[in-house]
Design a protein around this ligand. Sequence first.
Ligand code: CDP
Ligand code: MG
Length: 889
Amino acid sequence: ISGANKRRHSSDSEPEPEGESSCSEEEKKEEKQEIEKPSASNVSSAGKPEEGTKKPMVSQQAAPAVSSKPSCKPAVFVPVDRSPEIQEARLKLPILAEEQVIMEAINENPIVVICGETGSGKTTQVPQFLYEAGYTSSNGIIGITEPRRVAAVSMSQRVAKEMNLSHRVVSYQIRYEGNVTDETQIKFMTDGVLLKEVQKDFLLLKYKVVIIDEAHERSMYTDILIGLLSRIVPLREKKGLPLKLIIMSATLRVEDFTENTRLFAVTPPVLQVDARQFPVTVHFNKKTPLDDYSGECFRKVCKIHRMLPSGGILVFLTGQAEVHSLCRRLRKAFPFQKNSTAGDDDDRKESVEEMRKFKKSRRRKKAATLPQINLDNYAVVPVDEGDEDRDAETDDDIAGSDVDLDLGDGDSEEEEKSDSSLPLYVLPLYSLLAPEKQAKVFRPPPPGTRLCVVATNVAETSLTIPGIKYVVDCGKVKKRFYDKITGVSSFRVTWISQASANQRAGRAGRTEPGHCYRLYSSAVFMDFEKFSAPEITKRPVEDLILQMKALNIEKVINFPFPTPPPAEALAAAEELLIALGALKEPPMTGRLKEQQAAKLSCPISPLGRVMATFPVAPRYAKMLALSRQHDCLPYTITIVSAMTVRELFEEFDRPAASEEETVKLKGKKGRLVQMQRIWAGQGSLQKLGDLMVMLGAVGACEYSGCTPKFCEENGLRYKAMLEIRRLRGQLTTAVNSVCTDAGLYVDPKMKPPTEAQATYLRQIVLAGLGDHLARRVQAEELLDDKWKNAYKNALLDDPVFIHPSSVLFKQLPEFVVYQEIVETTKLYMKGVSAVEPEWIPVLLPPYCHFGKPLENPPPSYCPETGRIRCHRPSVFYRVSWQLPAVEVD
Ligand code: CDP
Ligand code: MG
């Protein structure tokens, strides 16, 4: 133990990377103080108290707010050479009429909010106004953040085209991709990209203007950026290098930004752009909603196409797979030769491409084979960025009737065959679609065809597709959910909010009166939430807290969140990050209250800095951070990818339609079980349990060339295998950009790990999933039968069991870590790996209680009672564990 502690200490005393920054220590301190001040009233550049200056909403006129320094207004006018067609199209946009009002407000105020209906021209035009007004003519560029990758790419292309400028000047940057150059003057990026830039340059000195677009989506990174910028803007002002902040929203619901006195000391002016919206007639389904909403979408589109006058159709579905499947069905029903091959094989082609890129570099030599991983062996280097697709939330008023109208018999189940002579021009649209393919939706459809775009939520507010007259809304959206028990997040399909439904309907009324077909009844609509809650209030925040700590924001609780996350979520996140070693533990002195405060403002550790650079959840990031030893990285990357994808194996337990099928399914299941046993390997490999099965399955699949045939024969899900391959590529890029000397590449055909490597991998997994540790209930602890073969873990009072599908189901190791708990007939652990007891005190000292109790036991937060407990929720601490469990020196 003392050895382990010593190692931890030495890591703590390593020089912190912030020392490398070009900023002086004093400046850093000042920045930090500004951020951690509890209220923005203290940092108002005007020095005015916030009360009294608070205004409701200013429409179309700028409030004479903070500063009207002449220096704020650039003197030059930069001409733009637009084509006559572009100019003509621009002049039709409602925002053009407001150019002068908008620019005056921006010149006069450091912070301006612009609200305008989707399609009014905010995203494409405001950057052009600023460019023409000379905001980029001296040092400094215009930055625009989007919550979605698809918008960042497509908008940069559109603006470049409108301005007749090259992509070297109007550029974009998304997670691993971009075309930014030294000449870039207008830069579109995801909000995650800008957040990572704040880590490198807190004052964002390279920007003259920052535009936060789609603020109504309330994506977590957007919210954090607005909080950060509320402090950065006054700091820049103080330095005499003013920064303009423009917040753009599709709805008028902006009080969380404008009337939040923690955020802005002076209420920023709100400019409203009135967009022309034609009436949209809303038709609800009579029947209660169907599970097969995709099939219902198909039938509805067929009917619209056959029976209703010309006009584009926009279908809202929830995910990429559904989008492709509906596109395929529609193309089959209404053949149109030019696009019949488009799209379907894209993903496969792209992931193969990605893999090829990593084949260049060399492999590192194998290291010594010590049986213990070194906790301090991680690279201390800065920064990469992360972003992900978002879900939208919006508010809009739709003209139209709220009556049950239908296109006829909504229940017909028969497969449609086209009797329409007009071909249907079917296009998919989702976030990860290649940019060239996305761009197709903006072009007019080939003459004599009807446009039909099948989209995910991206079409709700991020992109305006021209010519849409009919909207088919399945009423669902795919959202990330947080599992309170297991701490694992997953995507689930749920109902949208009323605001989203109205926003979707509004897409039909851009150019003429339209129709929206909702595949749910009006009663169901009435049960929808009015608005979806901001992402930050629904999500686990440990990754966010880690990112903020990496920005040296220690007192997270004082951060000016537009809507703060629940206090217990913050406390739980901090607790987990301390346990993972990402934060430095506070000294446990003083009174309980002080201890509590200290606990909620821990600084980041060197390990935490490394973890913050990986685009995965902190538990997995810790595994990656520890894996740069004994050549474990490729394996950890694969395990983390496989754990993220989940559902690697086909499900054969489903009810069969015939006896013949039952036999077939049984045979397939037998084959899969047999293969899993082979993939689990022998000896030390076998102890890695289900994670070794994942590794083995991926390895075997790649070795066979990752063909659909191999997957089909061996019970693997082909889609999942492709996804794992893509993620392995992405994570390898991330690791390479962190450890620039690693020269790592993923050989899709990796060799199995050696016995020693498997042992290290088990330790690495334990170090990351420490709070998912469970211990088998010993014979003498058996209270009753329900505890037979049961495990106990610190998060739950009920017994948990190894899932029957686990390769460790029969072996029942004394200690295991699990990936997640699923509840069916019992609470089952999935993704189980065996752990040696003697590793626990070395790798997870925060979870251990050593012999005699500590004199000052560290406090911990109890989410149930909201109180602070004087001990950690330790696996060894709980009475029910009947310890002493393991004796180690
Ligand atoms: O941001 P906001 O929703 O206010 O509007 P916008 O995205 O700036 O779009 C303004 C107009 O440009 C819309 O009518 C779009 O259809 C059009 N547009 C386009 O034709 N091609 C693009 N690639 C992007 C936008
Ligand atoms: Mg926009």
